[in-house]
Design a protein around this ligand. Structure first.
Ligand SMILES: Cc1cc2nc3c(=O)[nH]c(=O)nc-3n(C[C@H](O)[C@H](O)[C@H](O)COP(=O)(O)OP(=O)(O)OC[C@H]3O[C@@H](n4cnc5c(N)ncnc54)[C@H](O)[C@@H]3O)c2cc1C
Length: 380
């Protein structure tokens, strides 16, 4: 096989494709290897919510850049179909005093960093979404510039733009192993042969840790199943995406009118299980219809499951590793899709020897050795 790649990216999710686009934009030649089809992992299974409203400085700074990028992405990537980025707002509702206090802290941080998020009283929350059941609503955090996107179109848009700029994307080509030793990478092994390359980026989601373990790298990350479903399309009744951390529910109405609903459940299966369950349907329908009774009559047309890849502080691991030429982009829990624009750009800068436009040292793998964890409070 050819030896002329500047970087091999393992994983054709939204992160792998965004990175390929940003590397190719700099004149480098990336190769994306995806063992299945593009967006077949967490990306295509996601609710694809996009928000500024995080509770750590690094995530808020990245989020500002993500949303700036989403606002111009259709033109930037010159994609012929609608990526469906809609800024209908994102409403995070508090049902407990603890959560309300956390939102107040988060919003103070967000506002200090220039984000237009606000706290809403119960009355303001209900004015924004009159269909909500008022029972138990203590208030909410809201940002009108947040929203959601179509995860498949987003990934394909990056992939097509990357290919136009000289990147190569191979689907149905699994990486069997990474070659090299604890001093540096040499390339990857695929069923079609070995590919030599000075830089390898592992953007393989929950499957990433087992790829780097033979090189002596321990990545503290576990996988957890998360389930989600979609209804038939109905007349538009909901602009903001809604999330309730207190019981892990979230829902949004897509531009076609279907409603996507999911729940995070601490009792969910851990490991690489992606089957769906009946109990999820019942539980999600029960919880979400209690928040919004108007969803009660909606007919579900499909359900599926995906994996969260979760680190001890629920923060991603991005950047270089002690193995020269080996980079990680893993551990995105349930909020990684929206970070693809900024993180793809940052990793491309790091790989090409530039200063990242936002420092991400805090998200390095070494934090698990130094103990400098930065827990993200605003995730499901
Ligand atoms: C139910 C659910 C809801 C979510 N909701 C949101 C949301 O609202 N907002 C948000 O921002 N995020 C959300 N997420 C999280 C988001 O989907 C992920 O964080 C994000 O898609 C991660 O993208 P990725 O490219 O890093 O990984 P993935 O999309 O998982 O891509 C990794 C790819 O690597 C491939 N791969 C693995 N091993 C190999 C190998 N050996 N060789 C080659 N290829 C390999 C896989 O096939 C996969 O396609 C949600 C996730 C789930 C499951």
């Amino acid at each position: 096989m050819s030896k002329c790649w500047d970087a091999v990216i393992i994983g054709g999710g939204v992160h792998g494709c965004s990175l390929a686009y940003h590397l190719a934009s700099q004149g480098l030649r990336p190769l994306v290897l995806e063992r299945s089809y593009l967006a077949s992992g967490g990306t295509g299974r996601s609710a694809a919510g996009v928000r500024h409203q995080f509770g750590t400085e690094v995530n808020c700074l990245l989020a500002i850049e993500n949303i700036r990028a989403f606002e111009r992405i259709q033109e930037e990537l010159d994609y012929p179909w609608d990526i469906e980025f809609q800024q209908g707002g994102y409403l995070l509702i508090a049902y407990s005093e603890g959560q309300l206090g956390q939102f107040q802290e988060n919003v103070a941080l967000q506002q200090r960093l220039g984000i237009d998020s606000v706290m809403l009283s119960p009355e303001e929350t209900l004015r924004l979404v009159p269909e909500l059941n008022p029972e138990g609503v203590l208030g909410a955090s809201y940002c009108a510039k947040d929203g959601h996107v179509n995860p498949f179109h987003l990934t394909w848009a990056y992939a097509r733009a990357a290919e136009r700029l000289g990147a190569t994307i191979r689907q149905y080509c699994p990486v069997i192993s990474i070659t090299g030793d604890d001093r540096g990478v040499r390339g990857v092994v695929t069923p079609d042969g070995t590919i030599e390359c000075p830089n390898v980026v592992v953007a393989a989601g929950p499957w990433g840790p087992s790829l780097v373990e033979p090189l002596g790298l321990e990545v503290p990350l576990y996988s957890e199943r998360h389930q989600i479903m979609v209804t038939e399309p109905v007349e538009r009744f909901l602009d903001p995406m809604i999330l309730c951390f207190d019981d892990g529910t979230y829902w949004k109405q897509t531009p076609h009118g279907s409603v996507i609903m999911g729940i995070g459940d601490p009792m969910e299966l851990k490991g690489l299980f992606m089957s769906s369950s009946w109990s999820f349907l019942e539980e999600a329908a029960l919880r979400i219809s209690s928040h919004m009774p108007s969803t009660l009559g909606l007919r579900v047309v499909r359900q599926w499951a995906g994996l969260y890849d979760i680190t001890p502080d629920s923060q991603a691991i991005i950047g270089p590793t002690p193995v020269e030429g080996l980079y990680l982009d893993l551990g995105w829990s349930g909020h990684g899709l929206q970070f693809a624009p900024s993180v793809g750009r940052i990793l491309a800068q790091l790989i090409s020897g530039q200063e990242p436009f936002i420092p991400v040292d805090a998200l390095g793998l070494d934090r698990f050795q130094t103990g400098r964890l930065i827990p993200e409070p605003a995730c499901v």
